[in-house]
Ligand binder design. Structure first.
Ligand code: NDP
Length: 244
């Protein structure tokens, strides 16, 4: 039995517990979407779900754990009868020089940012296909540029860009594919950097020019609410004063 009988489209957002994911949940709710909020910090998700009302559900899911994503897809199916939109947003940016000391963090970025998105997508694919859906992949300016100190992070985002372009050709017209490439956005992303010099450098840049998570969320909501005859395939957005 379907638990939720409202009629708005259903969005699944990974990494919905903070930053761009949480802002996107609010922006999509304002457009009438029902929401499945996924992340590891379930207390944060429950707070957000309570704010958004009964058409939002909090689901604890680590994107590196396929069985947790399969359980989440089952929960979405039971509650909403399926998903219309998947936003692959969960990510970590553990900047620092490429070295053996960083190997665990490099691996974690690949597992969360790239493999996590791939796993969530294959798990929700049938639900998205059923009736025509949308896939939004949150990449980065770092999916088009690269610099010393962000090698592994950039690799995950370049990977996401290539993967998204192949999916665009493979999945459209059934599932529209949209790639979002933000520049610096004020969120918790830099909090987790362990390399001190990299952390201070990122924090200095972000303090000068970062845009807000709401700025990005509005762009995502715009892209997915276009008529189905068209697809916004790629958007690069940066703070106006961000050089690269
Ligand atoms: P935040 O740190 O605020 O959000 C990251 C989100 O990812 C959190 O909700 C976190 O939830 C979730 N997450 C991390 N690891 C996992 C995991 N293993 N399983 C499930 N969820 C996970 O940063 P942002 O909002 O900035 O980041 C969102 C996305 O935007 C990322 O992909 C990032 O690369 C991208 N981006 C950000 C930019 C920026 O400047 N902020 C610029 C360009 C792209 P929890 O810890 O509860 O699991």
């Amino acid at each position: 039995m379907i638990e939720e009988q409202n009629t708005g489209p259903v969005a699944v957002i990974t990494g919905a517990s903070s930053g761009i994911g949480a802002a996107t949940a609010r922006a999509l709710a304002a457009h009438g979407y029902r929401l499945a909020l996924l992340a590891r910090r379930v207390d944060r998700l429950e707070q957000l779900a309570a704010e958004l009302g009964p058409t939002a559900v909090a689901i604890a899911a680590d994107v590196t754990d396929r069985s947790a994503l399969v359980a989440a897809a089952d929960r979405v199916h039971r509650k909403f009868d399926g998903a219309d939109l998947l936003v692959n947003n969960a990510g970590v940016m553990l900047l620092g020089p490429f070295s053996s000391a960083q190997r665990d963090e490099a691996r974690r970025m690949v597992e969360v940012n790239l493999l996590g998105a791939m796993t969530a997508t294959e798990v929700f694919l049938d639900q998205l296909r059923d009736g025509g859906g949308d896939l939004v992949n949150i990449s980065s300016v770092a999916g088009r540029t690269a610099r010393a100190g962000n090698a592994a992070y950039a690799a995950t985002k370049w990977g996401m860009n290539g993967w998204s372009e192949a999916l665009r050709q493979e999945l459209q017209p059934d599932i529209r594919v949209t790639l979002i490439e933000p520049g610096a956005v004020a969120t918790e992303l830099t909090d987790h950097i362990t390399d001190l010099a990299a952390k201070q450098g990122a924090e200095r840049l972000y303090a000068q020019l970062a845009i807000t998570a709401d700025d990005v969320a509005e762009v995502i909501a715009f892209a997915v609410t276009r008529p189905r005859r068209m697809t916004v395939n790629e958007i690069l957005l940066r703070p106006t004063s961000q050089p690269g």
